[in-house]
Design a protein around this ligand. Structure first.
Ligand SMILES: NC(=O)c1ccc[n+]([C@@H]2O[C@H](COP(=O)([O-])OP(=O)(O)OC[C@H]3O[C@@H](n4cnc5c(N)ncnc54)[C@H](O)[C@@H]3O)[C@@H](O)[C@H]2O)c1
Length: 302
């Protein structure tokens, strides 16, 4: 493992579980003094003990990123403990169980904006006083949902879209102090193995196969990119958003027979058979519905 962060300090918000825990582990493994800020005290303490037992320089501080006094106090404590703050990873975030806008409550909207957008704003605001004299890096963990949507995800998508705008605004404001600011937008990342307690991944072959890269993402994929962007090797990269999604968002989709063939091929893992099924559908013009029905029954068991 490289030691790109020897004598440096990072803060990872939401670092007790999921993607944040993998990022904290990666940076700490590369020699970084690592502060995990998280609202989940139990998970934070377990993670801290785990990393310390591996010889990694880690502290846990309980803080809710949406509350300014807690953020300010936590960041002061990191500085007092480690003597510098060089890297901030704004990772803490909450999701949204989709429902139509008429049923969304204003409290749900506010909580998601508070944690996912106001949180990174507050953490950035309070680390700047420690970064200004020696430079630093702020990385905001956004989402591919900042750029495209499934139905009924307005609070989450808006929070992440706002985070991209916050990223380029801060990058310009803080450039004179040699503080780089970036966004990383993950696609689908299975975090089961980084939960506390650990969970077993429940992914189907179809979940993996639909990604051009052939699999669902792992927290380690994001951690590797974040470590590169936070390192001096990336000193010429600032203000941009980097999508990391196994190729999902570059897939162009038109609904026609080709898509049906692709979907069948993905489902059954056999391109030749999918092609034959498509020909069968096309050639059965008169009784297309009946053929589809037969196929639905046949494929339903797979
Ligand atoms: N998992 C994915 O597929 C995926 C995809 C795109 C983007 N993301 C983003 O990545 C980030 C991490 O997601 P994850 O899947 O690892 O989530 P997770 O739920 O596994 O972990 C989130 C962590 O943030 C902490 N947290 C939540 N609210 C907080 C608050 N107010 N203050 C401090 N800590 C708080 C939680 O306690 C937890 O430890 C989020 O910003 C999420 O939006 C995740």
């Amino acid at each position: 493992m490289y030691e790109r962060f020897r004598d440096k300090t990072c803060i990872v918000t939401g670092g007790a579980r999921g993607i944040g825990a993998a990022i904290a582990y990666r940076l700490a493994s590369e020699g970084c003094r690592t502060a995990i800020l998280d609202i989940d005290e139990y998970a934070g303490r377990v993670r801290e003990a785990e990393f310390v037992s591996m010889g990694l320089k880690t502290i846990f501080i309980k803080a809710d990123v949406s509350i300014e006094e807690e953020v300010s106090r936590a960041i002061d404590k990191v500085y007092k403990t480690f003597g510098s703050i060089d890297v901030l990873i704004n990772n803490a975030g909450i999701g949204f169980s989709g429902k139509p806008i008429e049923l969304q409550s204003i409290d749900e909207w506010r909580r998601i904006i508070d944690v996912n957008l106001t949180g990174p704003y507050l953490c950035s605001k309070h680390v700047v006083r420690y970064m200004k004299s020696r430079g630093g890096v702020i990385i905001n963990i956004a989402s591919t949902r900042a750029l495209q949507s499934e139905p009924h995800t307005e609070p989450y998508s808006a929070s992440k879209g706002g985070l991209l705008a916050l990223t380029h605004a801060l990058a310009i404001s803080l450039a004179p102090y040699k503080i780089r600011v970036l966004a990383v937008s993950p696609g689908w990342i299975d975090t089961s193995l980084w939960q506390i307690p650990r969970k077993e991944p429940k992914l189907s072959p179809l979940d993996h196969r639909q990604h051009p890269a052939g699999r669902v993402g792992r927290p380690e994929d994001i951690a590797a990119l974040v470590a590169f962007l936070a390192s001096d090797e990336a000193e010429w990269i600032t203000g941009v958003n980097i999508v990391i999604d196994g190729g999902m968002t570059i897939k162009m989709i038109y609904i026609d027979e080709n898509v049906i063939e692709d979907s069948i091929a993905t489902l059954i893992g056999d391109r030749d058979l999918a092609s034959m099924i498509r020909i069968l559908i096309e050639s059965a013009k008169e009784d297309k519905e009946k053929v589809k029905e037969i196929l639905r029954k046949a494929l339903g068991n797979r």
